[in-house]
Design a protein around this ligand. Structure first.
Ligand SMILES: [Ca+2]
Ligand SMILES: [Ca+2]
Length: 213
């Protein structure tokens, strides 16, 4: 297994928030309101670039570590998606910049989050395993190593996290591995030594011997 990260927010625009119903994206707020702010549902976006995981690799685990910017106790339930895109751009202070981003089919529930105390950066500020949503992106046909990935948070309640670059920013860690060979079971292909190392394909009509038959 290989570990990418932990990688924090690199630029002020790379974490942002917006009214969940749409509105002008805020990229420069000093904090990230996960859930609601002043009675309005918000969506928070995090953008990470240069994620060097090859297409189709297996995501073993993934999580984001936040740091609490405020103390909050109300019941909070969040839903986390990735943006369903190969190499999405970072955020811009335009209308519906987050709202218009398509989401992965898969999502991760972060439910009944324990209370946060200002300055904490521990287990209570760490998301559940995000492997399912990261896997959906890495399995996209157009995904390639080095592209960017966006995480989207929405829900009810309130947890307020530190924003913008620095050691207190939201940091992403992904553990991944090369996928096991699949689809061919124990099939044996015999290739002339001169062709080893070359790319080739086998058409089923040309298979002369089927083991076990
Ligand atoms: Ca920001
Ligand atoms: Ca804010």
């Amino acid at each position: 297994m290989t570990v990418w990260g932990p990688t924090g927010i690199a630029a002020t625009a790379d974490d942002a928030e917006e009214l969940a119903a749409g509105g002008t994206c805020e990229t420069g707020s000093s904090d990230l309101e996960l859930g609601y702010e002043s009675g309005s549902a918000k969506v928070v976006g995090l953008w990470y670039d240069n994620i060097t995981i090859p297409n189709g690799y297996t995501i073993d685990s993934a999580y984001i570590q936040f740091e609490a910017d405020e103390s909050t106790t109300e019941t909070t339930n969040l839903t986390i998606h990735c943006q369903d895109a190969d190499d999405p751009p970072t955020f811009a202070a335009t209308s519906n910049n987050i709202y218009n981003r398509p989401r992965t089919t898969a999502s991760v529930a972060w439910s009944n989050i324990p209370s946060w105390n200002v300055g904490e950066r521990g287990a209570n500020q760490k998301t559940p395993d995000l492997a399912s949503i990261v896997q959906e992106v890495v399995s996209r046909g157009g995904w390639a190593s080095g592209q960017a990935m966006v995480f989207l948070f929405s829900g009810t309640g309130a947890r307020v996290a530190e924003s913008d670059p620095g050691g207190d920013s939201a940091a992403l860690t992904i553990t991944y591995s090369e996928p096991a060979a699949s689809g061919y079971g124990n099939d044996v292909f015999t290739v002339p030594s001169a062709n080893i190392g070359k790319v080739f394909s086998v058409e089923t009509a040309n298979i002369s011997k089927v083991y076990g038959s």
